[in-house]
Design a protein around this ligand. Structure first.
Ligand code: 25A
Ligand code: L14
Length: 348
């Protein structure tokens, strides 16, 4: 055991925050003390941790004295406001919101893909968008061998991406419709039960959604290669856990489906699940609760040279959020990078 280590989870009462506590415990993260922080609404309540419970404390600017590592999943506004104060207290932040991802001072890290980026962190490390994480885990080993030039992706995203309130919206609407009652839409702009919404996060000036542009920009930053062109369509589907993606790539060097499978079988964090004859392909119901990113339906695109199609599925709350954040923390420890060099780096 090393020196004492205090870890705080900010947003500990949310769908992702709870999973972060569970992941810290199940992976035996070497914390000597774990604290649960959330808004004043939840202060004083308990959240499960291991066999016991932690009492939720209200997040305040001075919450981080004596904290070595804070993992944030409480929305972008909370991260923007509080992460600089955490760093000022000497605490390293791993942030699950979109707030710091494209900030040049903040590495955007998937440990299987670009762990080296952690070396230049200045106190805040960003955890990528869930849809981006599961895609780059699969793309990276193919890119290293055959150089990906273009990616066309369509996503099928679970309601848990919106947190506990998304899960409750789908449950309530399904129950109402089964009982022949009218149902309300509270969280999404339209009914999600028995429907599909080609709309995640807000629309931007270019008529893409912010979720789609996160996939475009974050992929380039993580792969550290602006020559990779990405275009995305992000769709909310009535599934509780695990996002799926249909991905088409064009590579500089031709890859057969067989070669791609052989490369991916060796890839860290990836499980190839691809046997059409046996009706074996990844599905959200099987990826739920798993740590790995599953890939199947790997096949050559017969309409275009050097292009492949594949189907990628992962648990958005685990690899897409909590697990990836904890893996970042583990990698910081391994590389002895859990320290803040300049406490003023993010104070304006
Ligand atoms: O949903 P919010 O408001 O963004 O809050 C999420 C977490 O941040 C805390 C909040 O504490 C919660 O832990 N938080 C918010 N504002 C804060 C502040 N100013 C703050 N903490 C400190 N200072 P809370 O305990 O006050 O909020 C209660 C949370 O409990 C969940 N919940 C349980 N039952 C509920 C319910 N919510 C509504 N109705 C109920 N009946 C719920 O958490 C609620 O917010 P959540 O799961 O919806 O939060 C998930 C947030 O995380 C984002 N997210 C989800 N998946 C991903 C993701 N972000 C990135 N990647 C992902 N894969 C969601 O978008 C959501 O913002
Ligand atoms: O930017 O609603 O990481 O599914 C991830 C979950 C944005 C919203 C992010 C969702 C969030 C998204």
């Amino acid at each position: 055991m090393g020196k004492p280590l205090t870890v705080a989870v900010v947003g500990a009462t949310g769908a992702v925050g709870r999973e972060m506590l569970a992941t810290l415990h199940s992976r035996k993260f070497p914390a000597t003390k774990v604290r649960a922080l959330a808004s004043s609404r939840s202060a004083g309540n308990g959240v499960p941790f291991g066999d016991g419970e932690l009492t939720v404390e209200e997040l305040k600017k001075d919450s981080f004295a004596g904290v070595d590592l804070a993992i944030f999943s409480a929305g972008g506004a909370t991260s923007l406001e509080f992460a600089p104060h955490a760093v000022a207290a000497g605490c390293v932040v791993v942030d699950n919101s979109a707030a710091w991802r494209m900030d040049a001072r903040c590495p955007l890290v998937v440990p299987e893909v670009n762990p080296g980026h952690l070396s230049w962190h200045q106190g805040i490390i960003a955890n990528p968008n869930c849809s981006t994480i599961q895609m780059v885990v699969v793309l990276k080993p193919l890119h290293d061998v055959a150089k990906i030039q273009r990616v066309v992706v369509s996503t099928y995203q679970a309601v848990s991406g919106t947190g506990q309130k998304g899960i409750e919206e789908l449950e309530r609407q399904v129950r109402d419709l089964f009982h022949g009652r009218d149902t309300e839409t509270r969280v999404y702009p339209h009914r999600i039960a028995f429907n599909l919404l080609p709309h995640i996060d807000v629309f931007l000036d270019n008529d893409y959604t912010k979720e789609e542009m996160k996939m475009v920009n974050e992929t380039v930053k993580i792969l550290d290669d602006p020559s990779v062109k990405v275009t995305a369509t992000c769709v909310r589907v009535p599934v509780f856990y695990a996002h799926a993606e249909s991905v088409n790539i064009r590579t500089a060097r031709k890859l057969t489906a067989k070669e791609a499978r052989a490369i991916l079988v060796q890839a860290p964090g990836v499980q190839v699940y691809d046997n059409p004859q046996e009706k074996m392909y990844p599905m959200p119901k099987d990826a739920q609760g798993e740590d790995e990113t599953f890939v199947g339906r790997i096949r050559e695109d017969e309409s275009e040279e050097n292009c492949l199609n594949m189907w990628i599925v992962a648990d958005n709350v685990r690899k897409g959020a909590a697990l990836n954040a904890v893996q970042i923390a583990e990698t910081l420890l391994e590389k002895d990078l859990l320290r803040v060099r300049d406490r003023n780096a993010f104070l304006s």
